[in-house]
Design a protein around this ligand. Structure first.
Ligand SMILES: *[C@@H]1O[C@H](CO)[C@@H](O)[C@H](O)[C@H]1NC(C)=O
Length: 184
């Protein structure tokens, strides 16, 4: 109960306009690394996703090798590799790994999943397309873990640090049509 109360307070503080949060900018992308912000709690995957949204950000995705390498290098140099961090990667809804924040599948030109996660990923009993079977959700969310911050299939309910980023959608021009509520 105290944990929940503390969490609600943290979210409330984070959502006031005047709350100062620290982000870093690396190769043109703005990141919020929870570990660098004293008020940010460690959270499970789902609450980390929600926390990023409450800041107007998204849980981070690695679309390119360069982006993954740059952020990982920065975090190792900053000594952050003794913690574990959620990314938006998961295979919760399908057999394929997807970046939840961008909707994109993992980039097939590079594979940073650690050895154990590749075995989990290849196991057809874990991997089969399925109706959402809550008992099988275990290791379905991708964290950066270990001294090299390797991509690791982790238990989505585990509490970890997380990385948010500011994302833009490059792929669509929405061509919004202005309408009013009284128009049919
Ligand atoms: C996949 O990764 C390569 C290497 O970083 C990059 O050049 C390419 O643009 C990426 N593809 C997508 C769809 O982002």
């Amino acid at each position: 109960m105290r944990v929940i109360a503390a969490f609600i307070i943290v979210l409330a503080v984070a959502s006031t306009n005047s709350q100062r949060i620290s982000t870093i900018q690396l190769d043109g992308t703005q990141y919020f690394i929870s570990r660098l912000n004293p008020y940010a709690p460690e959270l499970n995957y789902f609450l980390a996703y929600q926390y990023c949204r409450s800041l107007g950000l998204q849980l981070t995705s690695f679309e390119t090798k360069e982006k993954a390498d740059t952020l990982t290098q920065y975090m190792k140099n900053a000594g952050l590799n003794k913690y574990e961090f959620w990314t938006s990667g998961n295979k919760l809804g399908t057999s394929m790994l997807l970046w939840m924040s961008t909707g994109l599948p993992f980039n097939a030109t590079f594979n940073y999943l650690n050895h154990e996660s590749q075995i989990d990923q290849a196991d057809p009993s874990i991997n089969a397309a399925r109706h959402l079977d809550v008992s099988a959700l275990g290791k379905s969310c991708v964290s950066l873990s270990g001294a090299n911050l390797e991509w690791t299939l982790s238990d989505c309910g585990a509490v970890k640090d997380f990385i948010c980023e500011q994302t833009r959608c490059y792929y669509y021009n929405y061509g919004s049509i202005p309408v009013s509520a009284t128009q049919g």
